[in-house]
Design a protein around this ligand. Structure first.
Ligand SMILES: Nc1ncnc2c1ncn2[C@@H]1O[C@H](COP(=O)(O)OP(=O)(O)OP(=O)(O)O)[C@@H](O)[C@H]1O
Length: 345
C-alpha cells in the first residue's frame, strides 16, 4: 500500500545504519492501520553505495509481503511469520519510506535480559571480576533457533538471500516473547541477478557483518548461494547456546577478514584439501594452509547448553561445513531438529 509521509507523526529515532534512519511513529489517520506504533525506515537512494539499495529492498519486501499474504490465505502454518512484513511505503523524489510493525527489542536485548551477572572475589589480589552467564533454558534456545530457521526457509523459498543475518537484524515483540522476526533486506539478493544489479556468478562479497560472515565470502567466492545465511545462523546458535554469550572467535575477527578466517579454522578445524568452491580463489591459493592445520573443537564446547540435544548438535555440525553446497538448507535443518522432538514424545 502506498502512503504519504504526512499520514504519520514521527517519534524518536530508534535505529539506522550508514544510509538510513529508523523512527518510531504513529498514524494520524486510524482507519487503515491496525497497530498503534510503527517503525518507519527512511533512506535517500542517492546517498547509498552498493550493495545497499533501497529500491531493491522495496522490491524484495513487496515480493515477501505478497507471499506472506498468500500463505495467510492458504493455511495456518505460516513460515512467513518469522520475517518482517512491509505494511506500506512512500516514495518521494528524494527518499523512500518503508513502514513496518514496531518491535521492542533485538536479539542483543533478549540476550541482555537473559544474562545473569555473577561477581567473583579473587582472594589473591582482592579484585572482583564480573562474569556473564547464559540464563536461557534449552527450550528457549531451540525456540529462537527454530524461528530463525523458519524465517530463513521462507526467505530462501522466495529466491532471496538475506546476506546480513546477525543479532541486530533479529527482532522480538518483547524480551519474553521469543518468536524471532528477521528484518533488514537493505543488502539482500534476489535470484537470478538481483533485479539486474549483480550477476549470479559475480555477486558482491562485501556482505554480512563481522563474526557472521561465511568462510567462502572471506575467500572472495562470488557465486555463493543462500548457504551464507545458514552459516550466519549457525554462528548465532553458537552465541545463544554458549556458556557466557560469547563466540569462540578472537576479538580482532569482528573487523579483520584474515583474523576471522583464522578463528573459523581454529574453531571448525582446517578446511578439506578438496574444498571445491575456493579451489580457484587467489587468496586461498596464496595462503599457507599448513599454517592453519587445526582440529575441529568439540561441539560440546561450542554448543555448551545444547550438549544433551544430539539432534541439535548434529544439525549444527551439518550446517557448519566448509563446502557450502554440502551445508544443510534451512528447511532440512528444521526437519532434523523436529525429528528429535518427535523421538522424545
Ligand atoms: N520494525 C522495527 N522495529 C523496531 N526497530 C527497528 C525496526 N526496523 C529497524 N529497527 C531498528 O533500526 C535498526 C536499523 O534498521 P535496518 O537494519 O533495517 O537499517 P540499516 O540501514 O540496514 O542498518 P544497518 O546498516 O545497521 O544494517 C535495526 O537494527 C533496529 O534496531
Amino acid at each position: 500500500m502506498e502512503i504519504k509521509k504526512s499520514d504519520f507523526e514521527l517519534g524518536k529515532r530508534i535505529g539506522g545504519g550508514r544510509f538510513s534512519d529508523v523512527y518510531l511513529c504513529r498514524t494520524l489517520n486510524d482507519t487503515n492501520f491496525f497497530f498503534s506504533e510503527y517503525a518507519l525506515k527512511i533512506t535517500e537512494p542517492e546517498d547509498e553505495l552498493p550493495p545497499h539499495n533501497v529500491k531493491n529492498e522495496l522490491k524484495l519486501l513487496r515480493k515477501l509481503a505478497d507471499a506472506q499474504d498468500k500463505e495467510d490465505k492458504e493455511n495456518g502454518t505460516s513460515i512467513g511469520r518469522n520475517v518482517v512484513r512491509l505494511i506500506a511505503f512512500y516514495q518521494s523524489p528524494i527518499e523512500i519510506g518503508l513502514l513496518f510493525p514496531f518491535y521492542k527489542t533485538d536479539l542483543n536485548g533478549v540476550i541482555a535480559s537473559n544474562t545473569k551477572v555473577r561477581s567473583a572475589f579473587n582472594l589473591q589480589d582482592g579484585t572482583i571480576t564480573k562474569k556473564r552467564e547464559n540464563n536461557f533454558s534449552t527450550s528457549q534456545i531451540i525456540q529462537i533457533f527454530k524461528g530463525l530457521l523458519r524465517g530463513l526457509a521462507f526467505i530462501h523459498s522466495q529466491g532471496i538471500i538475506h546476506r546480513d543475518v546477525n543479532p541486530n537484524n533479529i527482532m522480538f515483540e518483547s524480551p519474553s516473547e521469543l518468536e524471532p522476526v528477521i528484518i533488514d533486506f537493505g543488502i539482500s539478493y534476489m535470484e537470478p541477478d538481483n533485479n539486474g544489479l549483480e550477476k549470479g556468478d559475480s555477486k558482491i562479497t562485501d556482505i554480512a557483518t563481522g563474526y557472521y560472515k561465511a568462510p567462502e565470502l572471506l575467500l572472495s567466492v562470488k557465486d555463493y548461494s543462500n548457504k551464507v545465511d545458514i552459516w550466519s545462523a549457525g554462528v548465532i546458535l553458537m552465541l545463544i547456546s554458549s556458556k557466557e554469550f560469547t563466540t569462540p572467535y578472537s576479538k580482532d575477527s569482528a573487523h579483520s577478514d584474515l583474523a576471522l578466517l583464522a578463528s573459523i579454522f581454529n574453531t571448525f578445524g582446517s578446511p578439506p584439501d578438496n574444498w571445491q568452491e575456493v579451489k580457484s580463489s587467489r587468496s586461498y591459493g596464496a595462503m599457507n594452509t599448513a599454517f592453519f592445520r587445526k582440529t575441529r573443537r568439540s561441539t560440546d564446547d561450542l554448543l555448551f547448553k545444547l550438549k544433551d540435544h544430539p539432534q541439535c548438535v548434529e544439525t549444527f555440525n551439518s550446517m557448519m561445513v566448509y563446502e557450502s553446497s554440502c551445508r544443510l538448507s534451512a528447511s532440512e535443518a528444521l526437519k532434523r531438529i523436529d525429528s528429535e522432538r518427535l523421538q522424545n514424545q
